[in-house]
Design a protein around this ligand. Structure first.
Ligand code: SAH
Ligand code: DHB
Ligand code: MG
Length: 217
């Protein structure tokens, strides 16, 4: 963001530039390739985070020395691999997934990544599951990536269950371009941003989909 065009939204990246940077900074190994490619097959939607966002999530966890982390929306485990690999050996990720088939595939991908002991895929709708995780808290980071209309409620849960200095992260924070609409999801996502700004030092990182980031005060 350093000239008037890029400030107005022009992006300089290309597929070739992103491919080069991925090769240099965060190459996929076999486990990441498997999980990434499973999204988009067999009726599973290809809605996993991008490789650079996955790497960024991991680096952010490393920066705060995260040990106990919650993810809401596992899909087939791609982002969970990035998150779990950023944890120390005694760290743990609880990843919540409502869809039974997604959860089963995620467990398989995490097993291939050698992360079975470090990740618990908790099956069920987040609204019901999150209270049952409180006994493991307070948490060092919470990453939201499930139903967008739920972000307001999940964000409030995170604000109560994060340690001071803990991270709240929310993918799709531009709501696919619809953030300023009057749909339930848009209203919830705006509320999520506003609540985050009240209790956290916060910003929305301009990834392609918007990644909201807050540090709990
Ligand atoms: N974080 C994943 C992508 C998640 S996609 C990655 O980057 O690899 C969103 C997932 O949220 C889907 O698998 C969907 O089944 C799940 N989901 C949707 N609503 C949910 C809810 N209320 N509770 C838990 N999971 C939910
Ligand atoms: C959808 C969900 C996501 O988390 C995402 O990153 C992209 C799309 C969706 O539900 O369509
Ligand atoms: Mg997402």
């Amino acid at each position: 963001m350093a000239d008037s065009e890029s400030r107005a939204g022009k992006r300089y990246e290309s597929a070739e530039i992103l491919d080069f940077l991925g090769q240099v900074h965060h190459r996929h190994d076999q486990a990441l390739t498997r999980a990434f490619e499973a999204a988009g097959q067999d009726g599973v939607p290809a809605i996993q985070v991008g490789p650079a966002e996955g790497r960024l999530l991991g680096l952010l966890l490393q920066m705060v020395g995260a040990r106990r982390v919650v993810e809401v929306g596992t899909l087939v485990g791609y982002s969970a691999i990035w998150l779990a690999r950023a944890l120390p050996p005694d760290g743990h990720l609880w990843s919540v997934e409502a869809d039974e088939k997604h959860a089963a595939l995620a467990r398989e991908h995490l097993r291939c990544a050698g992360l079975t002991d470090r990740v618990t895929v908790v099956e069920g709708a987040a609204q019901g599951v999150l209270p049952s995780l409180e006994t493991h808290g307070p948490f060092c980071a919470v990453f939201l990536d499930a139903d967008k209309a739920g972000y307001g409620a999940y964000g409030r849960w995170a604000a109560k269950n994060l340690r001071p200095g803990g991270l709240l992260l929310g993918d799709n924070a531009y709501l696919f371009g619809d953030l300023l609409d009057y749909t339930p999801a848009a209203i919830a996502m705006r509320r999520f941003h506003e609540q985050m700004a009240e209790a956290f030092d916060s910003v929305c990182i301009p990834t392609p989909d918007g990644l909201a980031l807050g540090i709990k005060r």
